[in-house]
Design a protein around this ligand. Structure first.
Ligand SMILES: [Zn+2]
Ligand SMILES: [Zn+2]
Length: 259
């Protein structure tokens, strides 16, 4: 069994046929899906999907792109929204200085509110970071060692950043980007992540892995990423499935495996 630790089942491209998408994924051996929120008005829908399916869980959060549209984001609101039983993480949050879709100061304020909410609830934080390595690490370190748990999702940062994140106790999640021909640096880093800190994800409907590039990405495709990653790490595919699944439930303690 394999888990897609980061997908957006409510986004156009997947939402029109969620039962088909889930059916194809389950057929491919995907036994769990973490549905990630990016803006306030999706929270109810993302939680609703998790309520309706024993193998789907939810997170609540505001994506860094959306920080400008959510100037009132605060810790109390996030803590409150994270109370339902199927909500197992806080995010995605973080910093994106590549697209700069929101003011950087607003991104940092929103990220801080999420970090405090994660510490308050004890839930792991899902961190998105792009072209913002130094500030991301500063804010995570500010929280204090050992008090914050989480994952760097869709990892594409430097080897030095990976090492710093691992040092802070974070997990690292690898997406389909690792299968791209030009992703040599990422492939090199992905081969060195300790097995007990590794997760896999699709970030569907985005970033379909080879050999599905160009298609709408579905959670079923995480199996291609896992196969490629196992090859890269000289690992048995089955062992990588088992380890990443175990890691998922170790990090997201509030989740219970579907019967
Ligand atoms: Zn992201
Ligand atoms: Zn995402």
């Amino acid at each position: 069994m394999l888990i897609d630790s980061h997908c957006h089942l409510n986004y156009p491209g997947l939402r029109e046929d969620v039962s088909g998408v889930l059916g194809r994924a389950r057929e491919a051996g995907i036994g769990g899906f973490l549905g990630i929120s990016t803006k306030r008005h999706e929270w109810d829908e993302v939680i609703g999907l998790a309520d309706a399916h024993a193998d789907i869980w939810a997170t609540i959060g505001i994506h860094p792109h959306e920080a400008d549209h959510h100037p009132d984001t605060d810790t109390a609101m996030l803590v409150d929204a994270a109370a339902p039983p199927r909500v197992i993480g806080i995010g995605e949050t973080g910093l994106d200085y590549y697209y700069d879709k929101s003011d950087r100061e607003r991104q940092r304020a929103s990220f801080r509110a999420h970090i405090t909410a994660a510490r308050t609830t004890g839930l792991p934080i899902i961190v998105h970071t792009r072209d913002a390595e130094a500030d991301t690490l500063d804010l995570l370190r500010e929280a204090g060692e050992g008090t914050l748990h989480g994952v760097i999702h869709c990892f594409t940062a430097s080897q030095a950043f990976a090492e710093a994140a691992l040092e802070l106790g974070f997990y690292i999640s690898i997406s389909g980007i690792v299968t791209f021909k030009n992703a040599r640096d990422l492939q090199a880093s992905a081969a060195t992540i300790p097995a007990n800190r590794l997760l896999v994800e699709t970030d569907a409907p985005f970033l379909a892995p080879v050999p599905m590039r160009g298609k709408t990405c579905e959670p079923a495709f995480v199996a291609h990423t896992a196969r490629f990653l196992a090859g890269l790490r000289n690992d048995e595919e089955k062992a990588l499935h088992a380890t990443t699944t175990e890691n998922f439930f170790t990090l997201f303690r509030k989740a219970q495996p579907a019967a």
